[in-house]
Design a protein. Structure first.
Lengths: 198, 306
């Protein structure tokens, strides 16, 4: 799920806005595949293996990315890491400020207590989704550590949160959108694009 | 959506959105910590002018599972006994700062009146013989969980005192919107005088329909609303309309039995049926919390699309 800001004063994901145009292709399908493989390796390297690692994707695109990373880890490390999904809607701090809806089930197949949980999202923006994710996750147990992996870090943080694993750091303007499309969720070839006002 | 006063305020898509929301809530209730901070800082007041255990406790629990604060007002222990009017009582509660008001009242339309007086969201938790929308929604949710994604084509027989039943009225509206066919079964004296415009068929003989229905929805015999001219004897009622073990045997193998509660074992439903494998009665109660959480979330949390 792309991060959204807390206030309405800030523009957010202008999906249907015809005044927007594509400014750059940030990742092609091949670029994205390579970034995912690198992140998977970094996760295993950082944690000296993958035995205690649990990947937890934040809706709505995090779960798909988590499954891809798990597939990559299985292929080079021979370990099948558990994959879970997390919905943070009920933990957000902007309930009542904007429309908030659950995006999918929260399902973590193992007890996270004592595990190294890697939260996974597509775009890191204000940090507020991750803040909500931390609250949601700690109600499921007490992990040994929580790490964060994202495909794009677009800056503009509003909270003291940073990612441990980043596909690409992408400087953006507030008015711009980072648009992520994945095979599994969007039915098209994988791409990540930067859009902005015409 | 600002208020939930009547099922007729909702289209099929709105009903389905609430039921989908209830699935999320059910998953919250299944966790080790069955509570989320979604309505932190909100206050839900329950205003009950009529007796109720399950509905009041269900709403109270639903609000608490979403981290809302709750106040409960029951008429037996209130200033209403001293002569305070409904308007004054409502205004007093509102002055304490509330976001939602859950209302049960013996007068049909009371929640609608209250909705016109307050800024808070109003939920109808049963008004006289009129409506009980959250009951209809929780029944739909329970059935949907057993029948797959929809109620399309389900044949539901509502058995008993349809005339006095707000549960029947809301149920008929709700379930037909979701694609079910509803028939009402009971003695003519317990049928509404006029069924024009109701999307139901009427049957007076339960035994004739047992083999073709998917759900037997048994209503409570509301003895407080009935006199001897309407229902001469409970024994006779049981003979003709009670869901006995023999009758349950004649139902289709996968047919289900529901009851909104409180149930009276005996005249309406035999104990072995109420506690038997067809019965969804306990599930209905459990699902009531999830559905009421979804309703409260929709009204005062989500910022809504309904």
């Amino acid at each position: 799920m792309a991060e959204s800001p807390a206030g309405e004063s800030r523009a957010y994901y202008h999906n249907h806005d015809s005044d927007y145009e594509r400014r750059a292709v940030v990742f092609s399908a091949d670029d994205l595949r390579r970034a995912q493989v690198r992140i998977a390796h970094e996760i295993v390297e950082r944690n000296h293996g993958a035995t205690d690692v649990v990947l937890v994707g934040l809706h709505d695109r995090g779960p798909e990315i988590a499954h891809r990373l798990a597939g990559a880890i299985a292929s080079f490390e021979g370990v099948q890491v558990p994959v879970g999904t997390l919905d943070v809607a009920f933990y957000r701090d902007d309930i009542g400020i904007r429309s908030v809806h659950p995006l999918g089930p929260t399902e973590v197949p193992v007890d996270v207590t004592g595990k190294i949980v890697v939260l996974i999202d597509d775009v890191l923006f204000t940090g507020r989704t991750i803040r909500a994710g931390l609250d949601a996750l700690t109600e499921l147990g007490r992990p040994q550590a929580i790490q964060l992996a994202v495909l794009i870090d677009r800056g503009h943080r509003e909270l003291p949160i940073r990612a441990d694993f980043v596909g690409k750091n992408l400087p953006t303007k507030i008015s711009e959108d980072v648009r992520v499309r994945l095979r599994e969720t969007d039915g098209s070839e994988d791409t990540i694009e930067l859009w902005g006002p015409k | 959506m600002k208020h939930l006063l009547s099922i007729s305020d909702l289209e099929r898509s709105g009903i389905e959105a609430i039921l989908d929301g209830a699935e999320h809530m059910a998953s919250v209730l299944g966790r080790e910590i069955p509570k989320v901070p979604a309505l932190r800082g909100k206050t839900v007041a329950n205003l009950f002018y009529e007796d109720s255990t399950r509905t009041r406790l269900s709403f109270e629990t639903a609000a608490k599972r979403l981290s809302a604060d709750t106040m409960t007002f029951t008429v037996a222990s209130s200033s209403v006994k001293k002569g305070e009017s409904l308007l004054d009582t409502v205004k007093t509660i509102e002055a304490m700062g509330i976001d939602a008001l859950v209302v049960r009242h013996s007068a049909a339309g009371a929640p609608h009146r209250i909705a016109g007086w307050v800024d808070a969201s109003v939920v109808n938790a049963g008004d006289g013989r009129h409506e009980h929308p959250t009951q209809a929604l929780l029944d739909a949710f329970t059935l949907r969980r057993h029948r797959g994604p929809s109620l399309d084509g389900a044949r539901i027989a509502i058995v008993g005192d349809v005339r006095n039943s707000r549960v029947a009225r809301s149920g008929i509206e709700c379930w037909t919107r979701l694609g079910a066919q509803v028939l009402v079964v009971g003695p003519p004296t317990l049928m509404p005088e006029n069924l024009d415009g109701w999307p139901v068929t009427v049957q007076s003989n339960l035994d004739d329909v047992l083999g073709e229905i998917d759900v037997a929805y048994i209503l409570r015999v509301q003895q407080e609303r009935l006199g001897p001219a309407i229902l001469p004897s409970l024994r006779e009622y049981y003979m003709r309309y009670g869901l006995t073990a023999d009758r349950a045997e004649q139902m289709k193998p996968d047919a289900l039995v529901m009851h909104p509660g409180p149930m009276i074992r005996g005249p309406e439903i035999a104990t072995e049926v109420a506690d038997g494998p067809r019965s969804l009665i306990r599930e209905q109660v459990a699902n009531g919390i999830a559905v009421r959480m979804a309703v409260l979330w929709e009204l005062i949390g989500s910022g809504g699309t309904l």
